[in-house]
Every structure is written in C-alpha cells, then in structure tokens.
Design a protein around this ligand. Structure first.
Ligand code: NAP
Length: 314
C-alpha cells in the first residue's frame, strides 16, 4: 500500500502530499474513494460545484465504520462556490457542505475562485449574461475571506485556503487577513508548470496543490503532448513507471501536491505509487522544457471581471 507523506501547513496542521480529485465523478466517486482508501489515499478533493459532497462523504464514512481509517487520518478539502461569496452567505454554504459530507469538520475549505457570481435558481455552474460572460457579483474576495476566517473560529473548518489566486491577489489578501491561507490550489502540469507562482506561494509559506495534473486528454490527437513525449517515455521505462507517474513525481518534486482524478481502480493505485523513486535534476530540467503555458482552465468567461486572476503573468 502506497502512503503519501504529509507536509506541514503554516498553522501547524498537516496535509497528505497526494490526493484524489473527484470532479466529474458523480455516481463513480463512491467506489473510487473506497478503493483509494484501501490503497493508501487519505486526502480527497471535492467542491460544492462538483455536486458530489454527499457521495464523497458517505464513501469515507463507510470506510470509517468498517474500521479501515479513522476520521482524523482523513484530509477532506471542499470549496466555497462563486455564488456564495457575499459574507452573509459564507457560513450557511460551509454548514451545507459540512452536512453533506457528514464528517464533522472540514479539513481545508478553499475559496474556489477570487471572482463572485450572481446566484440563480436552480443552482448552476456559471450564470451567464447575454454576451456569454459569467454574471458577476460585485463582492471583494477580501470580504469573503473575512467571513471564511470566522469558520475557523467556529470550528467548522480546520484550515482555510484559496484557489486560482494570482500573486497580486495573494499579497492583497496577506496584507488584509487575520488568518493566512494555508494553500493555493492551482492548475499545474508539465505543460503549465507554474514555477513562478509556486515559488511566490512557497516564499509566503503557502502550500500549492496541483489540479489538472494530466492536462486535457485527447488520445485521438495524442494530447496533451507531454503524455506522449518520447523522452518522458524513456524516463518512465528507466524507473519501471508510467508517464503519468513521472508527471506526478515531477509535480511533487517542484513542490506541489498533485490531486489527479480517477475512477479507474488500476489508475487510482498507479497514480499514488510514486513515493519509491526520485527524478534526477536533469530529468526535472528536461520536463521543465515542456512548459507551454497552455491552460486547461482559462476561465475566459470571467475575463472582464475586476478580480479575473489570469490577466497577469502569474
Ligand atoms: N480548484 C479548481 O478550480 C479545480 C479545477 C479543476 C480541477 N480541480 C480538482 O483537481 C482534480 C484533478 O483535475 P482533473 O480531474 O480536472 O484532471 P486530471 O486529474 O488531470 O485528469 C483526470 C482524467 O485523467 C484520467 N486519468 C487519471 N489517471 C490516469 C492515468 N494514470 N493514466 C491515464 N489517464 C488517467 C482520468 O480518467 P478515469 O477517471 O476514467 O480513470 C480522467 O479522465 C479534479 O478532479 C478536482 O478535484 C480543481
């Protein structure tokens, strides 16, 4: 059984250095999570917008009841959605996530994006304006953050963090917060390695989680290119590993916590089996050259919002 070592957060708590993503796994998350726990995963990433918190929570509860894991060994991450940024909505949204998960507290509660959306009924990903942009609400993420700090005081969440924040937004938050974010969850893969933003976060004692670590897959077109790179294939052969395993090892070595999603039992096991080898400096340098700065999640439907995070270099 592969076990990911834990890393320290700036509040003294710990987070397992490898997790399971659960986006787009409705109806499949239950068996994926149960298998993941059996093979050593302890860190699970969900969000209100994935509409699977109940399924994720039930799967974990099942394994706790079976005696396979204890609650305190599990690290559950969920996220405040963009329609819940108004300070008066934050506690309610968090309590709803807690209730759906049924695990008592949340280990890490992230602000999913620095941008806020207007709410629509029924709940939807991104309410749109006639020009196809998301329908933004005028809420400053600093006010949302202040409401998130209260969640720590209330004991609903152990740690709070951010996701998709750029360097300027991080500094503005650090200049105005009472509780520092422990983590910034960002897109990170060999095609978009985020080295500058990672260093920026590390210098401020903020850990970085890597989402979309495998890029946007399209096997018919051999995409993303890094998964089909011949030299990466050779590196994989050298260590008797697969290319995705080399990718996860790279992401660990550049200082991130990868959270690949899989509902396939063999891949779930394969992905976390990356703690028994290390890449050389030259191999890391080679993988650095595959950086094309191409995002899987450009979020361009928010590009006109004043809090759009991707309008600057990092
Ligand atoms: N904060 C944010 O804004 C944000 C944005 C996007 C994602 N996330 C989080 O990050 C997680 C990961 O990102 P993602 O789900 O978008 O992408 P990903 O983990 O890079 O890729 C998932 C895809 O790769 C396949 N896969 C997994 N392991 C594989 C392997 N060893 N070989 C070949 N294919 C493999 C999966 O297929 P199968 O499932 O069929 O095995 C699935 O189709 C999400 O699930 C979510 O929790 C956060």
């Amino acid at each position: 059984m592969a076990k990911a070592p834990s890393i320290s957060l700036n509040n003294g708590l710990k987070m397992p250095s490898f997790g399971l993503g659960t986006y787009k796994s409705i109806g499949e998350a239950d068996s994926a999570i149960k298998h993941a726990i059996d093979v050593g995963y302890r860190h699970f990433d969900t969000a209100r917008i994935y509409v699977n918190e109940e399924e994720v929570g039930k799967a974990i509860q099942g394994k706790i009841k079976e005696g396979v894991v204890k609650r305190e060994e599990i690290f559950i991450v969920t996220k405040l959605w963009n329609t819940d940024h108004e300070p008066e909505k934050v506690e309610k949204a968090c309590r709803q996530s807690c209730e759906k998960l049924g695990l008592g507290y949340i280990d890490l509660y992230l602000m999913h994006w620095p941008v806020a959306f207007k709410e629509r009924t029924p709940f939807e990903y991104g309410p749109r304006t006639p020009d196809g942009q998301y329908d933004h609400a005028d809420v400053d993420y600093l006010d949302t953050w202040k409401a998130m700090e209260k969640l720590v005081d209330l004991g609903l969440v152990k740690s709070i963090g951010i996701s998709n924040f750029n360097s300027q937004q991080i500094d503005r938050l650090l200049d105005n917060c009472r509780i520092k974010p422990v983590n910034n969850q960002i897109e990170c893969s060999p095609q978009f390695n985020q080295k500058k933003l990672i260093k920026y976060c590390q210098d401020r004692d903020i850990t970085v989680t890597a989402f979309c670590p495998l890029g946007k897959q399209n096997p018919a077109e051999n995409k993303p290119a890094f998964l089909y790179d011949a030299k990466l294939g050779d590196v994989a052969k050298k260590y008797n590993k697969t290319v995705p395993q080399i990718v996860f090892r790279y992401l660990l070595e550049i200082g991130t916590v990868p959270i690949p999603k899989s509902v396939t039992p063999s891949r779930i096991e394969e992905n976390i089996s990356v703690f028994d080898f290390k890449l050389t400096d030259d191999e890391i340098k080679y993988i650095d050259t595959l950086n094309t700065c191409e995002r899987v999640v450009p979020f361009i439907e928010s590009r006109n919002d004043k809090h759009f995070p991707f309008g600057i270099e990092f």
